[in-house]
Structures are given as structure tokens and as C-alpha cells.
Design a protein around this ligand. Structure first.
Ligand code: ATP
Ligand code: MG
Length: 261
């Protein structure tokens, strides 16, 4: 019975979620160069924008997941349109093509941090980790000031290229201007983003850890860090007095970088 249900689900998805081929032009404007991701929520294409002669990224919502995703999709486009920061891709337009809901945005050069850490096996010193997290935190401070909480700050959602860092994927973000639930839980949403910054920092710090992670000791025992970095992590991860203001995180990171210099 389970197997039949699974086959029906897959067939329905295949029929409904049409993935367009390379060189196909979407809406007479976006020529597909590559499929970047065929994920659970949408299909992401790298395209050539024929109107502006620029690379761009187009996200196509899965029709089979329309019920679950329509709100996230709408939120993501509203939020991208609202935000104006060099570390966040800019929305180009939303459009419908052959009954599919899509939107286009600025293409960001770079690799996501998950691929950088696990495929390229890049290692970062403690100071380098803090410099990276300082850039990420500055973006978070900006979006919080605009009433937006990302809700999904994770290594695959951060792109890096040289010394530039971008935060992407606002599919699970909350917007105080349009979401009354977000207003009620504003503090919690901020704390969740701060916790995720802490988790992100740990991923970076573990890149130069040489020991055996299988022994599953806590990070406080495995990593040898400057006391200031440990303190920042403990506050971000809410082990000790959590941060209330994003700017306080930035100040502490700045101080830690100076101490490590
Ligand atoms: N504007 C962009 N510029 C460059 N690459 C991008 C851009 N947006 C997304 N990508 C690439 O596509 C990947 C997935 O994008 P995103 O995180 O927005 O999708 P998602 O909502 O997580 O999709 P899924 O539900 O399939 O996980 C990113 O890790 C990145 O490599
Ligand atoms: Mg993502």
C-alpha cells in the first residue's frame, strides 16, 4: 500500500513539475544555461537574461507542492523586493510561464559554504571564521532592522566568493510587515537567527579541527578557542545570557577579532 502511494506521488510530481531543458527560453527572456538545483521546494535555473545581457537565477515553484509552498514563495519575493543590501540578491521580477509560478533574481558569484567546507575541504583559522561571521551578522542586523527574520541561516544558504559573502534563500523568512504571527514572536525569531549564526560559526571552526569527531564530545571540549570566541558562541547558542540586540553580537565579534590579531 505504501509503495503504491509512493509511486502515485512520484508520477504526479513528474507530470506536474516540468523541468525545462538547457537552452529553453522562459517567458521569451531567460535562456536556461544550467539547472542549479532540483530540490524539494523548487527548481532553480542559472539563466541568461536576454533583456539585460546578464546572468541571473530563476526559481520555479513545484506545482505539485503548490498548496504547501505558495505562501513561502510569495513571502520570498515580497522580502527580496523590500531588501536592498549588497549581501542579498536583488529580485528582478515574478512571472507565470505555462502555468508555472517563477521569479528571477540577481546571480551571485560563488560557492555555498556547505560545498566549500565538505567538497573543497577549505580550512579556516579562528580569526578567519570570525571575519566571515562578522559579514553574515552584518546582513542579519540589516534584515532584522527591516523587520525580516531569515529563519533558515545554514551553510548551504550562504554563498562566498573571495572576501564577498551573500545570504540567500528567504523561502522560510518571516516578515513583520505582513505576518501578524511574526509580530507576536519577534523576540523568538531574532533568537532563532542568533542561534543559527552560532551554529554556522561552529561549522566554520570545525573546518580546522583535526581530532576524532566520532567521539561526540561537546564543542567546548573539542575546540581550543580564545575565551572571547567561546563567550560569543555560548551567548549565540543561548548557553549563557542570550544576545538581545544584533549590534551587540557585532561589537563582540569586532573585539574578538582585535584580540586574535
Ligand atoms: N541568486 C543566486 N545566485 C547564485 N546561486 C544561487 C542563487 N540562488 C540560489 N542559488 C544556488 O542554488 C542553491 C539552492 O538555492 P536556495 O537555497 O535558494 O533553494 P532552496 O529553497 O533551498 O531549494 P530546496 O528546497 O531545493 O533546498 C544554492 O545553494 C545556490 O548554490
Ligand atoms: Mg536553501
Amino acid at each position: 500500500m505504501e509503495a503504491i502511494r509512493w509511486i502515485i506521488k512520484r508520477t504526479r510530481q513528474k507530470l506536474m513539475d516540468h523541468q525545462y531543458p538547457i537552452n529553453h527560453t522562459l517567458a521569451g527572456r531567460y535562456k536556461i544555461e544550467k539547472v542549479l538545483q532540483n530540490g524539494s521546494y523548487g527548481i532553480i535555473y542559472l539563466c541568461w537574461d536576454l533583456d539585460t545581457s546578464q546572468r541571473c537565477v530563476v526559481k520555479q515553484m513545484r506545482k505539485s507542492k503548490k498548496k504547501e509552498n505558495v505562501d513561502n514563495y510569495r513571502q520570498e519575493t515580497i522580502i527580496l523586493e523590500m531588501l536592498d543590501h549588497p549581501g542579498i540578491p536583488k529580485l528582478k521580477e515574478t512571472f507565470i510561464y505555462e502555468g508555472n509560478q517563477l521569479f528571477s533574481m540577481e546571480f551571485i558569484e560563488g560557492k555555498n559554504v556547505e560545498d566549500t567546507l565538505f567538497d573543497t575541504k577549505q580550512k579556516y583559522s579562528e580569526k578567519e571564521c570570525l571575519v566571515i561571521v562578522q559579514k553574515l551578522t552584518a546582513i542579519i542586523c540589516y534584515i532584522h532592522e527591516k523587520g525580516v527574520y531569515h529563519g533558515d541561516i545554514r551553510i548551504p544558504n550562504v554563498l562566498m566568493h573571495g572576501d564577498k559573502l551573500h545570504l540567500i534563500d528567504f523561502g522560510l523568512a518571516h516578515n513583520l510587515h505582513t505576518d501578524s504571527h511574526a509580530k507576536e514572536h519577534q523576540e523568538q525569531l531574532a533568537q532563532d537567527d542568533f542561534f543559527d549564526i552560532g551554529d554556522f560559526l561552529l561549522f566554520l571552526l570545525y573546518s580546522s579541527y583535526e581530532g576524532d569527531t566520532k567521539r561526540k564530545k561537546p564543542w567546548t571540549e573539542e575546540l581550543t578557542l580564545h575565551p572571547k570566541t567561546t563567550h560569543i558562541l555560548k551567548r549565540l547558542l543561548q548557553i549563557v545570557q542570550p544576545y538581545q540586540q544584533c549590534e551587540a553580537i557585532l561589537e563582540d565579534i569586532e573585539e574578538a577579532i582585535i584580540l586574535l590579531s
